[in-house]
Design a protein around this ligand. Structure first.
Ligand SMILES: Cc1cc2nc3c(=O)[nH]c(=O)nc-3n(C[C@H](O)[C@H](O)[C@H](O)COP(=O)(O)OP(=O)(O)OC[C@H]3O[C@@H](n4cnc5c(N)ncnc54)[C@H](O)[C@@H]3O)c2cc1C
Length: 464
């Protein structure tokens, strides 16, 4: 499909403004800068026009406008994806920020979420009912992008991925039509949106199942990086046996000057063991005891948390507006050599702000067949996400190079799968992300988007 680079006729923009309810923004308009800005400061793109829909009708009109004018089309949820595909140069961006309504049905235990909502918007609405929708761990992450890629968080071992709790979606297709997709309606499309990214249309709303949960036992047990090889071995020994209610993540970082860390360790490289127990609290305390008997932690903040508050505990650790380059690998039953390799790089990053996060998977995630949804990685025990961060442009090459070296060094020990939501750029990593489901995704793309209108994503190229 040819993409037009000719300037858009002002008359056409006037018509578009008349036809949609939400703002239509051009460079220089108030709100344009906000709409073109995403989480990762490496991304600096200037769309020709931005539409901020107030409902599905506006989305339909915007998709039709992009088609009729052969404009490159990008869809922005919350713009958190490090690859920056939420925005494009020259084309049309549909910024879903205004579609952020959340409606809980406590009787049915479901929630309907607008595609511009962030995780914190959902937690805020469900918490008063003692209910949760399983999602990610930083509250300003977009629900849309996270869900379309799979979605894991502290509850995934107990309740599955975010997509495993998805009941239905409304989608504006490449033909600018609104369709509903669920297990019983357009089931092929419903299969594809559960892990296939934004390849098949603009999802305007999501319906999720909710679960009862108000309080968790959670916190950080912090060790100096010198102890990391032993800490990581001990972590895996316990994590491997953990029941579904218990997730134990790891986070390598640089000790902040916070009161909970003794001053002597401020600025030192540390590894935090992060247990989150979502079940009977007495049982949880017993299960967490072995974690606390190990070595000499320099801090231990484990306590009872309201889940909605724990969901914001890491918000300040991942600020937007910094330069980021991320990559991830999945792992299964790691050898000591694999654990050592993870530690080797994690304790010697190119910048102090760089973090390495180890996400505990397994449990309910892996009890779903790998072909039941488009997300294929149902065999991974954990995922390592290299979250390299810096602010000085002069460090771009060094930071990107270090991340790639680390990624390559882990490859021999990893499953060969990679999480679609944590890919920084297109580098042929789609096959790692979609794995054995790729061919079926291509068939679906041929059906729902044969002209590849939705291509600003980890793209599944149509062959039709
Ligand atoms: C600080 C931070 C923490 C994170 N933590 C987690 C975590 O705990 N668990 C986890 O699973 N992931 C996590 N992620 C990764 C996260 O899932 C992705 O960054 C995700 O893409 C963010 O969603 P978004 O809506 O903000 O994305 P955007 O950047 O807005 O969009 C991402 C992609 O999805 C497409 N898209 C967005 N909305 C739609 C839509 N409505 N219809 C069709 N296509 C759409 C876009 O075109 C783009 O290709 C985290 C990311 C960050 C930055």
């Amino acid at each position: 499909m040819a993409i037009s680079t000719t300037p858009i006729d002002e008359g056409a923009i006037r018509d578009l403004r008349r036809e949609v309810r939400g703002p239509v923004l051009r460079p220089g308009d108030a709100g344009y800068e906000e709409s073109r800005t995403v989480y990762n400061a490496m991304i600096d793109r200037r769309p020709a026009v931005v539409v901020r829909p107030t409902g599905a009708a506006d989305v339909m009109r915007a998709v039709a406008f992009a088609r009729d004018h052969d404009l490159l089309l990008a869809i922005k949820g919350a713009g958190h994806n490090v690859a920056g595909n939420a925005v494009c140069d020259d084309g049309l961006v549909i910024d879903l920020a205004l579609l952020n309504g959340v409606r809980v049905d406590p009787e049915a235990r479901t929630v309907r979420v607008g595609a511009g909502a962030r995780l914190g918007d959902v937690d805020h609405e469900t918490a008063p009912f003692g209910l949760v929708a399983p999602a990610g761990v930083v509250s300003d992450t977009g629900v849309a992008g996270l869900t379309l890629g799979g979605g894991f968080g502290y509850l995934c071992r107990k309740y599955g991925l975010t997509i495993d709790n998805l009941r239905s979606v409304d989608v504006v297709t490449a033909d600018a039509e609104l369709v509903h997709a669920s297990e019983s309606e357009n089931p092929d499309l419903f299969w594809g949106v559960r892990g296939g990214g934004g390849n098949f249309g603009v999802v305007t709303s999501f319906e999720f199942e909710l679960h009862e949960l108000s309080t968790v036992l959670a916190g950080l047990i912090v060790y100096h990086a010198d102890d990391a090889p032993e800490v990581v071995r001990n972590w895996w020994r316990i994590a491997e046996q953990a029941p579904d209610e218990l997730s134990i993540w790891l986070n390598f970082s640089t000790a902040p000057p916070e009161p909970f860390i003794p001053a002597a360790y401020h600025g030192e490289r540390i590894v935090s063991v992060i247990p989150v127990y979502a079940g009977d609290l007495e049982t949880g305390r017993e299960l967490l005891a072995p974690l606390r008997e190990f070595g000499e932690p320099i801090a231990d903040t484990v306590k009872e948390w309201r889940f909605v508050e724990w969901q914001q505990a890491f918000d300040e650790s991942y600020p937007s507006g910094e330069r980021y380059y991320w990559k991830s690998h999945n792992f299964r039953a790691p050898s000591d050599e694999a654990l050592d390799r993870i530690v080797e790089y994690a304790v010697s990053p190119p910048t102090p702000e760089t973090r390495v996060s180890v996400t505990h998977l397994g449990g309910a995630v892996n009890r779903v067949d790998p072909t039941a949804t488009a997300y294929p990685h149902r065999d991974a025990d954990f995922l390592v996400n290299i979250t390299t961060r810096w602010s000085d442009l002069a460090l771009d090459e060094a930071c990107i190079g270090w991340t790639r070296d680390y990624f390559d060094a882990l490859a021999p020990f990893a499953t060969g799968g990679s999480y679609v939501n944590l890919i920084s750029e297109r580098e042929g990593e789609e096959s790692m992300a979609y794995g054995p489901n790729y061919d079926r995704l291509v068939e679906l793309k041929n059906t729902w988007d044969p002209e590849n209108r939705f291509r600003m994503n980890q793209n599944v190229a149509p062959t039709g």
